[in-house]
Design a binder for this molecule. Structure first.
Ligand SMILES: [Zn+2]
Length: 261
């Protein structure tokens, strides 16, 4: 059984502040360590649950957050910037997907570091008319290949977002947001233990959890923060400008729609 693990940094236990999510400070180095430990726990759980192969995607920012020499030896890791596809390696040959370190979609109150794709560029995203965040996009990519997302870890609002999208999904709470930059934190060791246990349990539910299906054709509607961002992308053919800040990207499926963005 091949398992795909997508990762982000903002939803990792203990990560709250700007300096933790931007490379170049001791706080970022701490956040990378915490991410690496959570990923290792997920890999351990996947192997205990019967995975024969585990692929991990280092997804935050420049894609080079995991600490290479500390990574669990039982997986392979996609790292670095400008990869050919979103979630490279996720395919119909995978049987389950985990999402580790997730944050809620832009505009979610009480969610730690809520955003969709970019806090500075994107105000809102809709997929076929439904407000959608990164968890939804990732689940839709997995769903396109017939792969169910069976485990999400992140803040309370991220877990809630995932549970609303994917009935039966296992979730691991890392923190409860008090505001965008403050939270009650679950202890690091408890988070890692829970990720390991829920990952193992989630692989027992693969047949019971449906892949997220998105109807074709797919429209991704992006409302940018300022008009100038929409001005820049609107000049490329094949995109429809819906209003001063909003562009529609349309394609046969979510994979092709994301390629347009
Ligand atoms: Zn991120």
């Amino acid at each position: 059984m091949r398992v795909f693990i997508a990762t982000d940094l903002e939803g990792v236990g203990g990560v709250l502040l700007d300096e933790q999510v931007v490379a170049g400070s001791p706080a970022y180095e701490q956040a990378r360590r915490l991410l690496t430990q959570e990923v290792n726990a997920a890999v351990e759980g996947a192997l205990a649950g019967g995975a024969s192969e585990v692929l991990v995607d280092d997804g935050h920012a420049h894609g080079f957050n995991l600490i290479y020499e500390d990574l669990h030896p039982g997986a392979r890791y996609a790292m670095g910037r400008a990869r050919p596809e979103w979630l490279e390696g996720l395919s119909a040959e995978c049987e389950a997907a985990f999402f580790i370190g997730c944050h809620a979609m832009a505009g979610t109150r009480g969610a730690v570091r809520d955003h969709t794709m970019s806090s500075v560029a994107w105000h809102n995203l809709w997929m076929n008319g439904e407000p959608t965040g990164e968890i939804g996009l990732w689940a839709a990519i997995a769903g396109h290949y017939g792969v169910p997302c069976v485990l999400v870890s992140g803040c309370e609002k991220a877990c809630r977002e995932a549970a609303a999208l994917v009935p039966g999904i296992e979730t691991v709470l890392t923190k409860r947001g008090l505001s965008r930059y403050a939270a009650f934190l679950e202890p690091a060791e408890g988070v890692r233990r829970a990720i390991r246990a829920r990952a193992e349990a989630a692989l027992g539910k693969v047949k019971a959890i449906a892949p997220l299906q998105v109807e074709s054709p797919v429209e991704l509607r992006v409302e940018y923060n300022v008009t100038g961002q929409a001005d820049q992308v609107a000049i490329i053919p094949g995109r429809e400008r819906l209003d001063a800040r909003t562009i529609a990207y349309r394609a046969e499926n979510v994979i092709e729609a994301l390629r347009l963005i």
